[in-house]
Design a protein around this ligand. Structure first.
Ligand SMILES: *Cc1c(COP(=O)(O)O)cnc(C)c1O
Length: 392
């Protein structure tokens, strides 16, 4: 099937003008053409949608092993791997949290962990590590507060961890955390580094090799722009190998088992959700065809356009410009507007945004700019936001 950017063969009504022609009964009540300005799941391309209608294959057959092999190589490239003998990638069924849990549940109970947290997802790493490790220390800041070099150094010297865990892009605030700085500190002290790049991979530079990352996790449905359902761990081969003799604490998410099956056989330990693998392969092809630098530059241009237009409406971002990711922006809600009002007003106009959680609940809203969003849909979104604010 050929990709056709103007009309989708399976979803002919995917284009705005054909909306009425698209009404399979399973979709009744769901408005099509929703512009997903939330941090994932995102709007996926027609190429990814087409991949969902794949031939039936047996998962223990050569068709799947070649598919998984291709995916793992492409993923490693997106993670910044140049030396494929030193680093490899493992795919795990599940959302991003599955990959995070696979890492922390597989490194052993006596691994001393230090978590750097400054938002919801950092806090989740602390909670997760507390399930699986005896000693969990943290440098836990307020949401949206940035890490200071001296504070990280002090925590490393005080707690002497075996492994540091942190989030690259703290999605709950939109702040980008300094992985290369922490990577240098960990390298100097011979400490392992685990980075959650679930919402930054393919939008921000990750470079596992340069940043001395031991394990790096991500998922299919954020900046990778595929459908939900797959998570990944890219890691040092020597680190994966060292898990062999560790007493593991889960079976399904056992990282060593995944590593072993995937590197030896290009097979998953349990039944893979075949469909989402086909979709991921298509999404990775799109990324590598354009090239990572160009892909990131495109995302950056969208972020800048949204930020400058929204600033004109008098709305303020909560993260300083030099600490913002290019994935999304968190704006303070005007005093007289509730999040529920804004979400509903935008939804009526065909757009989905995201709210604040924890200390940011009903104080902010988030506008992401990943996935298949073009300049025209951004302009429509801006118009819808302006109308929604004016009518509040
Ligand atoms: C989305 C996300 C996750 C994973 O969350 P799921 O609920 O498993 O999808 C983990 N970390 C970060 C930084 C995220 O943005």
């Amino acid at each position: 099937m050929e990709a056709n950017p103007t009309k989708h063969p399976l979803f002919p009504g995917n284009q705005q003008k054909d909306r009425k022609s698209f009404s399979p009964s399973v979709f009744s009540g769901i408005q099509i053409d929703q512009g997903l300005f939330c941090p994932g799941p995102v709007n996926v391309s027609n190429e990814v949608k087409e991949a969902l209608l794949h031939p039936d294959i047996g998962h223990r057959e050569v068709e799947f092993t070649t598919l998984l092999k291709r995916i793992r190589q492409k993923l490693s490239t997106v993670f910044g791997v140049r030396n494929f003998l030193k680093y490899t990638s493992v795919v795990i069924n599940g959302s991003g949290s599955a990959a995070n849990e696979a890492v922390l549940s597989s490194i052993g109970r006596d691994t001393k962990v230090l978590v750097l947290a400054n938002g919801e997802f950092g806090d989740r790493l602390i909670e997760l590590s507390e399930y699986y490790q005896e000693t969990v220390n943290s440098l836990q800041l307020n949401w949206g507060e940035s890490f200071r070099t001296d504070a990280i150094e002090r925590a490393l010297d005080e707690y002497k961890p075996d492994l540091v865990a942190m989030v690259h892009h703290e999605t709950s605030t939109g702040m980008l955390n300094p992985i290369s700085l922490v990577g240098k500190m960990c390298r100097a002290r011979k400490i392992q580094l685990f980075v959650d790049t679930v919402s930054s991979l393919a939008a921000e530079t990750v470079d596992v090799e340069k940043n001395h990352i031991t394990y790096c996790t991500s998922s299919s449905n954020k900046a990778i722009a595929s459908v939900c359902g797959l998570s990944f761990v890219c890691g040092r081969v020597s680190a994966f190998e060292s898990l062999r003799d560790v007493r593991r604490q889960t079976r399904y998410l056992d990282l060593y088992r995944h590593y072993k099956y995937e590197t030896d056989l290009n097979q998953t330990p349990n039944t893979p959700s075949l469909t989402v693998y086909f979709a991921l392969d298509a999404a990775l092809n799109q990324i590598l065809r354009v090239g990572l630098p160009e892909r990131m530059a495109k995302i950056e241009r969208k972020a800048r356009l949204l930020r400058s237009e929204i600033a004109k409406m008098g709305l303020e971002a909560i993260v300083p410009e030099d600490k913002m990711s290019r994935v999304l922006t968190t704006f303070r809600l005007p005093d007289h507007i509730s999040y529920d009002y804004l979400r509903d007003a935008l939804k009526d106009r065909g757009f989905v945004i995201y709210g604040g959680k924890g200390p940011l609940e009903n104080k902010v809203f988030q506008v992401a700019n990943i996935g298949e969003i073009d300049k025209r849909s951004i302009q429509k979104f801006i118009k819808a936001l302006r109308e929604s604010l004016a009518q509040a």
